[in-house]
Structures are given as structure tokens and as C-alpha cells.
Design a protein around this ligand. Structure first.
Ligand SMILES: [Zn+2]
Length: 111
């Protein structure tokens, strides 16, 4: 199957004491709790009472064209959008580039 066909998902953020937040795809908040328990490898019955589920919206599952990591995005507007770490890295790189260009210009002016 082609990886570039984004899949639309209904995402939920599930919190429970002692667990990292889980982002899961599920039809409703109850199913999200069950899915999160599965992700954490914890019996759902034991944590059901402590679950905190919030709706994250419908999002597409994408694969980052740069690093191949899976990430979620609400729109398909930008076909080449990248995952958060890659976007951050790129932003930092551009900022560094601009700084070095500025420094070069300043040095040239200073002559
Ligand atoms: Zn990436």
C-alpha cells in the first residue's frame, strides 16, 4: 500500500496517572480509553476510573518526507509538511543561516 495516501483519523488524547499521554485513533471517548490501555499494556478495568480523555479532532496520519516519522496534521494543504522535530530543525537552521548572512554583511560594512 502507498504510504503517501493520508488516513483520516479521529484522535483523542488520553491521560492516566503514571503514564505518558497517549494519542489514539478511536470512534469515541470510551473506545479511546480502551485503546490507550492497550498501548500502555495495562488492564483497562484497572485504570478506567482514572482516565482523562480529550478530543484532539480529526487529523490525517502523515509520514514525514524527511525522516519518515509518523505525525498528525489537521489539513492536507501542505503536501510536504514535515513532522515537528524536522520543522523545528529546519527553522533553527534557517535562523542560523540568516545570522551568518547578517554577520557577513556587517563585516563587509565594517571594512
Ligand atoms: Zn521528520
Amino acid at each position: 500500500m502507498a504510504n503517501d495516501t493520508p488516513k483520516k483519523m479521529t484522535l483523542w488524547r488520553v491521560k492516566a496517572p503514571g503514564q505518558n499521554d497517549a494519542i489514539v485513533n478511536a470512534a469515541d471517548s470510551v473506545a479511546a480509553g480502551v485503546e490507550a490501555a492497550r498501548v500502555w499494556c495495562v488492564p483497562w478495568k484497572e485504570i478506567a476510573a482514572y482516565l482523562e480523555v480529550s478530543y484532539e479532532g480529526e487529523q490525517y496520519m502523515r509520514r514525514c518526507p524527511k525522516c519518515g516519522r509518523t505525525f498528525y496534521t489537521p489539513t492536507l494543504a501542505d503536501k510536504w509538511s514535515r513532522c515537528k522535530p524536522c520543522t523545528a530543525r529546519e527553522k533553527a537552521y534557517k535562523a542560523r543561516l540568516h545570522r551568518s548572512i547578517d554577520a557577513k554583511k556587517r563585516a563587509e560594512r565594517g571594512k
